[in-house]
Design a protein around this ligand. Sequence first.
Ligand code: ZN
Length: 467
Amino acid sequence: MTAPNLVIRSRRVVFPDSVSAASLHITGGTITNIAAYETVPANCELVETDDDSLLLPGLVDTHVHVNEPGRTEWEGFATATRAAAAGGVTTLVDMPLNSIPPTTTVAGLQEKLAAAREQCHVDVGFWGGVVPGNTSELAALAAAGVVGFKCFLIHSGVDEFPNVTENDLREALPELTRLDALLIVHAEVPGPISRTGIPACHVDPESPSSTARTDKNVCPTEYATFLASRPRAAEDEAVALMVKLAREFGARVHIVHHSSADSLPMLREAKAAGLRITAETCPHYLTFAAEEIPDGATEFKCCPPIRERENREQLWSALKDRTLDMIVSDHSPCPPEMKLRDSGDFLQAWGGISSLQLRLPIVWTESKRRGYSIHDLARWLCSAPAKLVGLEQRKGLIKIGHDADLVIWNPSAEFKVEASALHHRHKLTPYQGLTLSGVVEKTFLRGRKIYDSGEFVGGPSGRLLTS
Ligand SMILES: [Zn+2]
């Protein structure tokens, strides 16, 4: 065996089923041996954690909108991946939309790769997109290394990434199934949203049932108005459609940012029936409650929306019984003026919450008060997302043969969220001022320290994961 060039050891290494003392022997960026704590070869660089800190696998975040090229002023690879490193995230997967061009063609992917090159502080993978009429592009995109394909069942918020209908999916799904490619779905359909009669942006105004009621008085600065405009039924109908199509085509389907508790039984049954369906939820749905969101506080706007307290607790229960498989950020930033904080108009503000850097302490703070373990945390944030995108042989676990992507993390240290400490390009956050548990001390990417106590170490060494 080649001698390791680095040993990272801790009394509290987080393995899938235990937290135990170990020395991780690292050679060329890979974990090549897991040895007793005392086993440290001579002449080998040694990093050790203090007794309060855990050694966790690097986090994997499969739902990040980087928005570069084309809307780099919204975020960009340099700022997104620095925020990731500061949050213990060593792999992120970029969404195919909001960038211009979107990643719906191989040419679009090539432009994105060119933009990302030499900028990334962590490893970055890429989703492709399914839009009406691009079925012929899917095989080439898969061959070029996208990890799967995203579609919307409702207006995406940007016109260059149009949503699909059931008919479009009936065209794309045979090809996706032939490729054994994963389809991830923004699961809201327009019908129930139009029927609320609340004039929200980006929803089909031609629906006859909506025009009849748009004259009623709505107060766009009240959170309750926005919540009423995105009812659970929109998600429930979308999930029902995707369960039906997953069954009919034998397709691999994943529901992104799941929020409605009312469709959890449907997902539970679909999984029990053996359908290839998975689902994620996000930190904001697990932290906040609609009843507590102040009027005009558009930093809380995202789609689907943050729902009631009772809904939130049902999402937690669904994580327990594994109806929901993972928690990813849906980091979706925009310039602060697009959040319309001055007018506080929920109906017109951009929907999206930025939490790439904060996912670990947010989820830990909320999960430990509900009795979840560090193993649940590691599964939701590391191993399950890695598996979703086919990276489970290299990422998401502390295991021999895996990349030495590691986080030294103190779960009991507390900090107050201050926008100035965020490395996202834009700092507006609904988490401002919250006290969270769990401080990321150091982050290692393939054995190389990239972040240490508030400082970034070395230049961008992230790889683009397209093979
Ligand atoms: Zn998203």
